[in-house]
Design a protein around this ligand. Sequence first.
Ligand SMILES: CC(C)(COP(=O)(O)OP(=O)(O)OC[C@H]1O[C@@H](n2cnc3c(N)ncnc32)[C@H](O)[C@@H]1OP(=O)(O)O)[C@@H](O)C(=O)NCCC(=O)NCCS
Length: 140
Amino acid sequence: MSTKVEFRESCDGIEPSALKGFFVGWPNPPSPETHLRVLKGSSHVVLAVDSTSGRVVGFINALCDGVLMAYIPLLEVLPDFQGNGIGSELTRRLLRQLDGLYAVDLLCDTPVKPFYERLGFRSEHGMSLRDFDNQCGRPE
Ligand SMILES: CC(C)(COP(=O)(O)OP(=O)(O)OC[C@H]1O[C@@H](n2cnc3c(N)ncnc32)[C@H](O)[C@@H]1OP(=O)(O)O)[C@@H](O)C(=O)NCCC(=O)NCCS
């Protein structure tokens, strides 16, 4: 990867056009416009931005009650940028923002568990509800 990536802890100034290519493999993915709504509706975000193009190449977000607990719904690095430490740095920066809480939870597929374990997470049991008709996001 020859491009320079900068990390931002806000989505100020980000346009939907900078958010293309995410949700790889999702059958009914959110549009870039909806993705931006997700980021703006999150209590915490960290973005990895290609300094040359202004394109977002990775992001992580959290929903936090500000007292005890936070949930990390999404972390993704665009395929061409994976394997360069961006996902780890996004997570480390988000965890710094969440410092002092009792719990930070997330769900992930089994192959990604070692990635999170290296960042200090440990495996727990989880439960979930999914409505794939709404995978692209609830309308405004
Ligand atoms: C998971 C993800 C965010 C990691 O981002 P990244 O920028 O590639 O991560 P890093 O470069 O910081 O990787 C750190 C280490 O984790 C490993 N790793 C990264 N992604 C992995 C995966 N999907 N499965 C297993 N190991 C993984 C890397 O091999 C690397 O190890 P190494 O340094 O020994 O080579 C990225 O692969 C991604 O966007 N995947 C698709 C979406 C996804 O699975 N998100 C997580 C949802 S919970």
